[in-house]
Design a protein around this ligand. Structure first.
Ligand code: NAI
Length: 333
């Protein structure tokens, strides 16, 4: 039995997490959950936006499954997501992107992995007003963080039989920050002669991705470019309901969907829980429960292959409950 911290999240979070818990249970996952609230829900209950007990739980269990959490725009408390990543030094955000059967999408056979630096860049949140009417936001890049994310990307490529790593940057304009990122990627590439190395300027990378995504395999990016290109890549394979992410540090890991709390469809029972289920699959592999992970994966694939109970975001008519029932029925015994 593995202890895992659970955050249900906001908006569609509780809906997709509840669906995922049912499937995990039926797949034979051996998990003891430790439930917590964070963000607005915690504030409404009179707590801090990052409750101390929740942080202690993640520190102890080392593993968390997290629903999406709303971040107030232009004021209010800071992003829970960014705070957790910084707090536990979850420096690598790993997002595999691949097509599922029967999902309408612009391309087939896309299979790439986004590796996003998760702790610095413009997400350092160091902003101030210089004089009235002029504000400044600092983009932080440290050699340590650039090196470790570059090594992570190459090491991941080697371990998972991937052929190529592309560093995505804007070092022509941000000569110091992105320049450092690129130098560290080039240095890491020297240590992995078995992996091909390529570079692309971020604007060109966007164009290349929407025209010829198959040329990419593993992408390594600083924080903001990684955030933006992850959603772009999700769009290549049918949308945000289908892509999961792992936030990984030396000692802790938080698994979640790439998507947010989707306030536009929250409470209607129509959200696609696939991304959180895929995040749960990654979690199961991380906690060394590969049999349950494989059962979950096979069930998801079977439901998509059959194509009869898909949710609206991918062209179907099923609601969250109907999709979840289909996954439960498809679980191998
Ligand atoms: P979003 O990802 O929540 O939604 C974008 C669009 O995709 C919406 O039309 C939504 O209905 C659709 N969508 C997303 N997930 C879906 C799913 N599972 N099934 C069906 N359709 C889905 O992005 P948005 O609207 O920009 O952000 C909403 C809130 O979520 C914001 O407060 C943002 O800060 C937060 N957020 C949180 C994240 C996290 O907790 N890791 C990640 C991204 C955003």
């Amino acid at each position: 039995m593995q202890d895992v911290t659970l955050l249900h999240g906001d908006g569609i979070g509780p809906e997709v997490i509840a669906a995922t818990l049912k499937v995990l249970d039926a797949a034979g996952a051996q998990i003891r959950w430790h439930d917590f609230k964070a963000g607005q829900e915690a504030v409404d209950a009179g707590n801090d936006f990052l409750p101390k007990a929740m942080l202690e739980s993640i520190a102890e269990t080392g593993v968390c499954l997290k629903g999406p959490i709303t971040t107030p725009i232009g004021g209010g408390f800071p992003s829970v997501n960014v705070a957790l990543r910084k707090r536990f030094d979850l420096y690598a955000n790993l997002r595999p992107v691949y097509n599922l059967p029967n999902v309408p999408s612009r391309f087939q056979d896309v299979d790439l992995v986004v590796v996003r630096e998760n702790t610095e860049g413009l997400y350092s949140g160091i902003e101030h007003e210089v004089v009235p009417g002029v504000v400044e936001s600092l983009k932080i890049a440290s050699e340590k963080a650039c090196r470790r994310i570059a090594h992570f990307a190459f090491e991941y490529a080697r371990r998972h039989g991937r052929k190529r790593v592309h560093a995505i940057h804007k070092a022509n304009i941000m000569k110091l920050t992105d320049g450092l990122f690129l130098r560290c990627a080039r240095e890491a590439a020297q240590e992995y002669p078995d992996i091909q190395y390529g570079e692309a300027i971020v604007d060109n990378a966007c164009m290349q991705l929407v025209m010829k995504p198959h040329q990419f395999d593993v992408l390594v990016l600083e924080n903001l470019y990684g955030d933006i290109l992850s959603d772009l890549c999700a769009g290549l394979v049918g949308g945000l309901g289908l892509v999961a992410g792992a936030n990984l540090g030396e000692k802790h890991a938080i698994f979640e969907a790439v998507h947010g709390s989707a306030p536009d469809i929250a409470g209607r029972g129509v959200a696609n829980p696939t991304a959180v289920m895929m995040a749960a699959e990654m979690l199961l592999r991380h906690i060394q429960q590969p049999e349950a992970a494989e059962r979950l994966r096979q069930a998801l694939l079977a439901v998509y292959r059959a194509g009869e109970h898909l949710t609206r975001d991918v062209g179907g008519t099923a609601n969250t409950a109907e999709f979840t029932e289909a996954v439960l029925r498809a679980l191998p015994q």
